[in-house]
Design a binder for this molecule. Structure first.
Ligand code: SAM
Length: 217
């Protein structure tokens, strides 16, 4: 299978054709090998235009939706990012290509362990993965991380409302992207913290698995 050709076609026909033009972002999608993050029996569908199962009843999102969320984050190379819902680790790898340091939280320990092992094997050194409830934000005993603030936060599971715990860990000028709505259908929301105020913008309908936790479902 020529996965590289499939990846280039995915970027052209699924992502660029739908209006995402940031070359740094497109290059990350050309580079990260999505098929490595899909369970072995269906990896030949890895570059198809839709979500796929990754085990434990969870999914990896459609490539375009991942690209849209990352585009809304407007990442710069020196940004510190938090991701809620590591899942397969695919989006985590893309974040690691685009930002300086990635902190990712996954609720299901088997997924967190599998993603961590794969990302290590792929030589990513700027990713920290934690197993736990991401709705509460990054909780750590490490001194440097106790009051950590993020330039950008992305939530890859559907929340009933914006978790307060995440807003408090967002830097002034920071961006938080998340699907918000019911358990079955949501809107993609981009939240910006500007001069201490919260501004929300709606980028249309989407469907994600529920965010399960203290400040989720
Ligand atoms: N972005 C991931 C990828 O590239 O594979 C897919 C994420 S999947 C749509 C959503 C993930 O969020 C699931 O793995 C689920 O277990 C996780 N999740 C749900 N609630 C969570 C919570 N409170 N904290 C952390 N992870 C959570």
């Amino acid at each position: 299978m020529d996965y590289e050709a499939q990846r280039i076609s995915m970027v052209e026909h699924q992502i660029k054709a739908r209006g995402i033009t940031d070359e740094r972002l497109l290059d990350a999608f050309r580079k990260v090998e999505r098929h490595l993050f899909i369970p072995g029996n269906s990896d030949h569908f890895a570059y198809s235009d839709g979500p796929m199962c990754i085990g434990e009843g969870q999914t990896i999102s459609q490539p375009y939706i991942v690209a849209l969320m990352l585009d809304l984050l407007m990442l710069k190379p020196n940004d510190i990012v938090m991701e809620i819902g590591t899942g397969s680790g695919y989006q985590t790898a893309l974040l690691a290509e685009l930002a300086q340091q990635v902190y990712s939280i996954e609720r299901i320990s088997s997924l967190a362990e599998k993603a961590e092992a794969l990302l290590k094997k792929l030589w990513y050194t700027n990713i920290r993965i934690q197993q736990g409830d991401g709705t509460l934000g990054w909780i750590s005993e490490i001194e440097d991380e106790k009051n950590i603030l993020f330039d950008a936060i992305v939530v890859s599971a559907a929340a009933p409302s914006v978790p307060e715990g995440l807003l408090t860990q967002l830097k002034e000028g920071g961006r938080l992207v998340l699907p918000c709505g019911s358990k079955f259908v949501q809107d993609l929301i981009c939240v910006k913290k500007e001069n201490g105020k919260i501004k929300k913008e709606n980028f249309g309908g989407c469907q994600f698995v529920p965010l399960i936790g203290e400040q989720g479902w």
